[in-house]
Ligand binder design. Structure first.
Ligand code: SF4
Length: 464
């Protein structure tokens, strides 16, 4: 990459695979490079730097990232000055080996090394040396206290509160590629939230692999329930969400937060992974089916309207048809509002890859289809129950379905599309739900309930 003149901006394109943590890291990268005269572009062919932020939690995501990298080979040979960088969990997993395997790859950036990218680029520009930086030298001081001026304010923003994981679920590579659990100091978190509010953010999602164990083992630090209370005190913050929760660390005190904190949205993503105790034990999840069901019951007693979503893996080694049916029965019992479901795949360095009882691919696929069909029916029924109800929606922006449609989310995290003026973005408004779909709702703005909204005076505001 040739060095531009002082006023010339360089262009970065980021392709992100995987979870919210990766999306957050991609945002940070763009911000960090914003201070180095980079601007983000939508078209990778116009970029001076292409950064692929990868996920290795599932084999499929890893293969997709490699396939994307492979497709850049021609572009790089036509434009040798282009810098191709590979980051995230797959980069952390393979390190320097990637530079040997992919001659058109220039930089390998591990999960703890996003803040090192400017230094890596500077060295590359001067020496042309291809580099890998994959040590675990991460410091929370590297997190932003706020967002740079180049950041485009959104209604909703993620805030990292911890990194890494100590749980070692037998199928999961995260502890190996993201390191051991570390909680970010609460003072830094609060400063970042305050700064986001100043930029116009209305909702924050506190992010970590297992937020429920926030602060554990850190002397003088609050626990996660305590952190929620502190965040709720930040003036101007409308909504708080968090993800992801581990059932074994979900305390009654934390559940009570749903009843006590008006800003905390009544929604929890609580991955169950399986309905069979035998499989849960093989996964090293640290709870039983009964314990999980008791948690959901207690949550619903604390806050009757709480939405519960989950993750499930089918075809884990040793899963019999009876184990799988226990998962189906758990779905029927809990009636999740949403579910992410996956076929098990062996991941390097994990304990599960060495377990016996591997399930055949076609059996996994058939089970996944049965599980997803059941959940789709449950989700649709739950969405249909919303029709005729009025709900508070935080308006996030234009809807993906286009037209003059806007999109927002209910407190339970359901997506709602409706017609409305762009002035409504960032407002929390009452919407009457009129149509239910499998993955979203449609509605109309309720004039009566929104009379206090200052923009209600504008005749065209509701799009009617
Ligand atoms: S809790 Fe288990 S599944 Fe989640 S990141 Fe940690 S090891 Fe992976």
């Amino acid at each position: 990459m040739s060095r531009p003149s002082d006023n010339e901006a360089r262009r970065i394109f980021v392709r992100t695979f995987g979870c919210q943590m990766n999306r957050y890291d991609s945002e940070r990268l763009v911000e960090i490079l914003g201070g180095q005269q980079f601007v983000a572009v939508e078209d990778y062919r116009k970029a001076d730097l292409i950064f692929i932020n990868t996920c290795s939690v599932r084999d499929k995501a890893e293969q997709k990232a490699f396939s994307y990298l492979g497709r850049l080979k021609t572009l790089k040979s036509n434009r040798p000055e282009l810098v191709v960088a590979f980051g995230g969990c797959v980069a952390q997993q393979y390190g320097e080996e990637l530079l040997v395997r992919w001659p058109h790859l220039d930089l390998v950036v591990g999960t703890h090394s996003i803040s090192k990218v400017p230094a890596m680029l500077a060295r590359y520009e001067v020496t042309g040396e291809r580099q890998a930086w994959v040590d675990f030298s991460y410091d929370f001081g590297d997190e932003p206290d706020g967002r740079s001026q180049l950041w485009k304010p959104e209604v909703s923003a993620y805030v990292t509160i911890m990194r890494g994981c100590d749980n070692f679920c037998t199928y999961c590579i995260v502890p190996m590629v993201r390191g051991r659990e570390r909680s970010r100091p609460s003072g830094e978190i609060i400063r970042e939230v305050e700064s986001l509010i100043e930029c116009g953010v209305r909702e924050v999602t506190l992010l970590g692999q297992n937020v429920n164990s926030y602060g554990q083992g850190v002397s003088g630090e609050v626990d996660f329930a305590g952190l929620l209370q502190r965040v709720a005190q930040v003036e101007g913050l409308l909504r708080i969400r968090f993800t992801t929760s581990h059932p074994k660390d979900l305390s009654s005190t934390l559940m009570r937060s749903f009843a006590d904190l008006p800003q905390l949205c009544p929604h929890i993503h609580l991955p169950v992974q399986s309905g069979s105790d035998y499989i849960l034990q093989r996964m090293n999840r640290g709870y039983t089916r009964d314990h999980y069901l008791r948690l959901v019951k207690e949550l619903r007693e604390m806050r009757q309207d709480v939405g519960v979503s989950s993750d499930m893996i089918v075809g884990f080694p040793g899963e019999s048809e009876e184990d799988f049916r226990l998962s189906l029965r758990l779905l029927e019992e809990v009636r999740f509002d949403g579910l992410f479901s996956f076929k098990y795949s062996d991941r390097p360095q994990t304990a599960a890859r060495l377990l016996d009882g591997k399930v055949e691919e076609e059996v996994k696929l058939e089970r996944l289809q049965r599980l997803q069909a059941l959940q789709e029916q449950i989700t649709l029924e739950k969405n249909e129950a919303q029709v005729g109800q009025t709900t508070l929606v935080l308006v996030e922006g234009p809807s993906q379905i286009g037209g003059s449609q806007l999109s927002g989310r209910t407190p339970q995290n359901r997506v709602v599309n409706f017609k409305g003026s762009p002035h409504l973005v960032g407002e929390e408004i009452h919407i009457l739900i009129t149509i239910a779909h499998a993955h979203s709702l449609e509605g109309v703005v309720c004039l009566e309930e929104n009379v206090n909204l200052k923009i209600a005076k504008e005749k065209s505001w509701c799009g009617r």
